[in-house]
Ligand binder design. Sequence first.
Ligand code: FES
Length: 147
Amino acid sequence: MSENFEPRILAFCCKYCAYAAADLAGSMRLSYPGNIKIIQIPCTGRVDALHLMKAMEEGADGVYVAGCLEGECHFLTGNILAKKRVNHIKEILSSIGIEPERVEMFNLSSAMGPRFAEIALEMTDRIKKLGPSPIRLRLEEKFKEAC
Ligand code: FES
């Protein structure tokens, strides 16, 4: 694995909790890796398994979904559905030989700015240890062949 490997990580963040926690982390001047690209969503229940697969297919090395604490979802069960979908994607990745740890679900509240920064660090460290996604490597190979 390259020493210079910088993981590409996509985070689907619920606007009521994780996205607000990211804002709070910013206001508290907590630093977290710039590898994380945040997508604001109205509730994690809107994240479809296809969104997660598409992110990996487009070259993300890791993807996570960050939603409200269990029992706190504004749409009641959105975060429970998201957890099931994340677990389903983990099974699919595992069945095709890709590390399931590349996909994760987290729960936090809008007051958990430090936890948001911690999650970002945790995912970056985890993906750095795993190395580039095999899908990303394949995409890069194809690109080189085409040039
Ligand atoms: Fe935040 Fe549903 S509203 S996960």
